[in-house]
Design a protein around this ligand. Structure first.
Ligand code: MTE
Length: 324
């Protein structure tokens, strides 16, 4: 089996992006020798599942011929090389370049997710259990960081709502919290106090049940690179990127607004809701414009990152300057 490290992938090979642009149909160039069939046989996987003892990922694994998820954009997708080398993942370092460099620090196998709190099916679920019978989709969404950079990313993922429903949240589940892996032995930055580890984030339950809210396991038709939050991350495209928590190991249903890392660190700068809102400046910079990765000219930032039609109703009657 041909195994390539991410840095050996030439961008010409990723003209697969043009395939996305025409029909977003992505067929395997190299069928992986060992195939694991998940979610209706969509995933052809290489050693990511074939060799659990290894943290190496096979980037020849392909997600072939997936259906389109809801509200995918036709906008030009960002370059794979940009999206995988300009990251925020403090567990792997605080500069934009560090996460790609330190990606090996994140051990993704085996991986399980602990589900707890206000639900009828708590427990420890293997990643395979979570993916089981879960149809994967191409979901091409804008990502807008609170720092004013943005990207368009073709995620491979599935509905967060469908996943959460399998755990049967009860009527007290008003919110859901997500927690990132805590592994200071390997994730070296977790030995510093730059953030209050583990990274955690939360959504109101109706936000979490919105069809745009996504759990991603891949992007650009490939298994998620570690620096982008392997093996399972949240994607909430109408909120600032810090809500899209990476490398999730726990999901907790709760009656009260849960702790969220950036909000706890600096509540005057990072609200719990964190909806993209060009009308509400960050105390230290304007949010009215953004720079898309790979572009020089800035563009206008849109309310709810361009998803107002889909999500504004979740906040009717709320003062979005107060609940920012
Ligand atoms: N999740 C964890 N666990 N740790 C982080 O530092 N950074 C967040 C979010 N999820 C972060 C995280 C921020 S600020 C952004 S903008 C996005 O991840 C960036 O995702 P990307 O690097 O895949 O573009």
């Amino acid at each position: 089996m041909l195994i390539k490290k991410p840095d050996e992938i030439k961008s010409s090979e990723l003209t697969d992006e043009s395939v996305y642009k025409s029909r977003r149909r992505f067929l395997s160039a190299i069928a992986a020798a060992t195939g694991l069939s998940i979610g209706g046989g969509y995933l052809l996987s290489g050693n990511a599942v074939g060799k659990p003892e290894s943290n190496a990922k096979s980037d020849d694994a392909r997600f072939a011929d997936l259906p389109d998820g809801p509200y995918s954009t036709d906008e030009e997708v960002s370059e794979y090389s940009d999206v995988t080398t300009y990251n925020n993942f403090y567990e792997l370092g605080t500069s934009k370049e560090a996460p790609a460099r330190n990606a090996h620090q994140l051990i993704t196998q085996p991986w399980s997710v602990t589900v707890s709190g206000e639900c009828d099916k708590p427990g420890v679920y293997n990643l395979e259990d979570i993916l089981d019978k879960q149809p994967l989709e191409d979901r091409i969404y804008r990502l807008r960081c609170v720092e004013t950079w943005s990207a368009v990313i073709p995620w491979v993922g599935f509905s967060l709502a469908d996943t959460l429903k399998r755990f049967q949240p009860n009527s007290k589940a008003k919110y859901v919290q997500f927690v990132t892996i805590h592994d200071p032995e390997n994730l070296k930055t977790q030995n510093t106090r730059v953030l209050d580890w583990p990274y955690r984030e939360g959504l109101r339950i109706d936000e979490a049940m919105h069809p745009l809210a996504t759990l991603a396991v891949g992007m650009y038709g490939r298994i998620l690179p570690n620096q982008n939050g392997a093996p399972l991350r949240l994607v909430v495209p109408w909120k600032y990127g810090f809500k899209s928590i990476k490398s999730i190991v726990a999901i907790h249903f709760t009656n009260e607004e849960p702790e969220a890392t950036w909000n706890m660190l600096q509540p005057s700068e990072y609200g719990f809701y964190a909806n993209v809102n060009p009308a509400v400046s960050h105390p230290r910079w304007s949010q009215s414009k953004e720079r898309r990765l790979g572009e020089w000219l800035k563009r206008e930032t849109l309310p709810f990152n361009g998803y107002a039609e889909q999500v504004a109703g979740l906040y009717s009657g709320m003062d979005l300057k107060k609940f920012f």
